[in-house]
Structures are given as C-alpha cells and as structure tokens.
Design a protein. Structure first.
Length: 227
C-alpha cells in the first residue's frame, strides 16, 4: 500500500518537505544504535577506536557506517523497498544514510570518499525485481555528496544462492569469484552502499576486489548492520 503524498512513511503525520518521506521525529527515533566499532559496526566500547575483533582480524574495509540495527520500523521499510516494489522509498532511505554519514564525519572524522559503488544483482534477479535497491540508494547519495557514481562499475557474473539462506561459512564460498570490476579504481577512495550488512561476506568480497585493483581505501555504508 502506498503512502499518501506528503505523509511520513512511519507515523503518517504531514511532512514539511514531502520528498523527505520520513519526518524529523521518526528520523531521530532511528538513531538508537548502541556504541559500535567504527570498522566492523558491531557492539564495542568505543565508536572511534577499532574493537578487539578488528585489531586481531580486521575486515578488508576501513570504516562502516550504519543507520540502525535490523529492527522495526526500519527493517519493515527495507522489506517494502526490496520485495513490495515500493521503489519510491529509496530516496527517504538514502537520506537516512546521508545523515548517518554526516554524523560520522562530525563525531569520528570519517574520511571523505570520491566514488560510490552499489552492490550488483545478477541480471536474472535484477529482471525479476525490476531494479537494484542498492543502485536506487546510491543515486541521490552521489548527488547530495557530489561524488562520482557509476551504476555498472561492478558486475555479478554468477547467479549465487540467496545469502540470507546460508550460514556464514557458506556465504563466503557462495561469493567466491562472483563479481567482476568494470571500472579503473586505482588511487580512489570508495564507499560501497548496501541495504543490510549481516555477516559482511558480500561487502568483504567486494572490498577485497577493489583493493586488489588499486583502490586507496574502502568504506561500507548501509541502512542496517545486523548483530
């Protein structure tokens, strides 16, 4: 069911700026993440220093920014975006990522990026869904942050099994050699944008591919980081 024009997707109250999609009160209510590691995004004692897990075995990316844990009401909006063909949710959800990125710049000196990249879908899954939700999140972010964005920078060359149906070990095996880079990235500071990061297998595989190809650094931006 579509929301009425000018009403908040969550509380249904009128919006001062209808294209925001989510009112300022509901937006503030989504900023309830506990203290999390700035690198892996999991619970930690500091939001500015890497946690013990990352000191022992750091992920391939250098920073992770998440809006919220995978809980209601944000998880419900993501589900509508991905599975209910409500692509008009992409811009309001992109704005939540933008606010989280700007907050990270203020509180932990998040480095600037010059290129945004989406997480690609295989062509068959893209055709079934009608769009790639990661691509829809990237487009307004690139415009607002004045970053380069190339929708086809990465290509998924294998139709892998659905990640959330697999264990962490099988997720890693499922993604091996699944992606191909179509763009020179040497010396570039890159942000990978996704809706949900669970085990981190997908963004880790993409980060390693980008770094092997000469990227200077890789960040991960997402709506939700599951715990």
């Amino acid at each position: 069911m579509l929301t009425a024009p000018g009403l908040c997707w969550l509380c249904r109250m009128p919006l001062r700026l209808s294209h925001w999609g989510i009112c300022s009160v509901c937006t503030r209510s989504l900023k309830n993440r506990m203290t999390c590691c700035p690198q892996c995004g999991l619970p930690a004692f500091s939001f500015t220093l890497p946690c013990g897990r990352c000191l022992q075995k750091p992920p391939p990316w250098c920073e992770l920014v998440a809006v919220e844990d995978y809980v209601q009401p944000l998880s419900g909006l993501i589900h509508k975006l991905k599975f209910s063909h409500q692509s008009q949710l992409a811009q309001p959800l992109s704005r939540l990522i933008l606010l989280a990125v700007l907050r990270a710049k203020r509180t932990r000196a998040l480095p600037k990026v010059d290129l945004i990249i989406n997480v690609p879908l295989h062509s068959r899954r893209h055709w079934r869904r009608g769009y790639n939700q990661s691509d829809l999140l990237c487009r307004p972010l690139a415009r607002w942050l004045r970053c380069a964005y190339y929708p086809h920078a990465l290509k998924r060359v294998h139709a892998t099994a659905i990640q959330h149906q697999l264990s962490a070990r099988l997720r890693k095996r499922n993604l091996k050699n699944a992606f191909h880079l179509e763009l020179p990235v040497k010396g570039r500071h890159i942000a990978i944008v996704d809706d949900v990061v669970t085990t981190g297998s997908t963004v880790a595989e993409l980060s390693r591919l980008l770094l092997r190809s000469g990227a200077a650094s890789v960040q991960v931006w997402c709506l939700c980081r599951t715990l």
